[in-house]
Design a protein around this ligand. Structure first.
Ligand code: PEP
Length: 253
């Protein structure tokens, strides 16, 4: 039985006081009842240290939204896995479509980052997904297979256990358009089969595959009920404690 994950991607939201407010509200809700779900928050770098202190002794894990593949060097504006690790970061979102499109991140670069994250014992939340144009041209499966294969290139079976995959159709991110549970399940079951072909069925059955793209309290349960959807990567709806908590609750059954 795979434990469900609900991860919040704060993106470029929440300054210092808003970080304190959101985390204290979330902790307050979780103090009355915490379901058996792995809860992760991924604040911006500026709030990483503070968030880490605020969630100490809680059931919330700390994640980051990105990292560079190098350990250190002349890369102005970048942050390394070594740095994140020193602040207690346990997960890192890699290959998010906003990084792929706005910052032109390639599959090869994402693959290097995944390897580096694993080296620093940070679990990658490896995002992939097709654009609307690719879906409409019948290319969804080719695109996600290509992203999956390149992203996992050179990653051993043992290391794969640390990787969380997130299927995020680009057309559903931040648009309010959610993939139907059937559409998401179809792709996620395909991804699991591909993982099984790349490695073996035992490890494929252990890898958590999240869905991301306009998940809200109203649609979370139907999505999370699908056999190959092991939780969600949440953008907009994680910015309010109430909606994030409702989604966490939807992940338990
Ligand atoms: C995301 O940023 O990963 C995401 C899924 O965003 P949203 O939930 O807002 O679509």
């Amino acid at each position: 039985m795979r434990k469900k994950i609900v991860a919040g991607n704060w993106k470029m939201y929440k300054d210092k006081s808003e970080t304190i407010e959101l985390i204290s509200q979330l902790k307050e809700k979780l103090s009355s009842y915490t379901p058996e779900v792995e809860i992760i928050i991924c604040p911006p770098y500026t709030s990483i240290e503070l968030a880490g202190e605020l969630i100490k002794n809680s059931k919330i894990f700390l994640g980051a939204q990105n990292m560079h593949s190098e350990i250190e060097g002349a890369f102005t504006g970048e942050v390394s896995g070594k740095m994140l690790k020193s602040f207690g970061v346990e997960y890192v979102i890699l290959g998010h479509s906003e990084r792929r499109s706005y910052f032109k991140e390639t599959d090869e670069f994402i693959n290097q980052k995944i390897k580096r994250a694993i080296e620093f014992d940070i679990k990658p939340i490896f995002c992939l997904g097709e654009t609307l144009e690719e879906r409409e041209n019948g290319k969804t499966f080719d695109v996600v297979e290509n992203q999956l294969t390149k992203g996992l290139s050179g990653i051993s079976r043992i290391d794969l256990e640390k990787v969380v995959v997130a299927y995020e159709p680009v057309w559903a991110i931040g648009t309010g358009k959610t993939a139907t549970p059937e559409q998401a399940q179809e792709v996620q079951s395909f991804l699991r089969t591909k993982i099984s072909e790349l490695y073996d069925s035992e490890i494929a059955s252990k890898v958590r595959i999240l869905y991301g793209g306009s998940v809200k309290p109203e649609n979370a349960k139907d999505l999370f009920k699908q056999p190959d959807i092991d939780g969600g990567l949440i953008g907009g709806a994680c910015l309010k404690a109430d909606s994030f908590y409702q989604i966490i609750l939807a992940a338990q059954f």
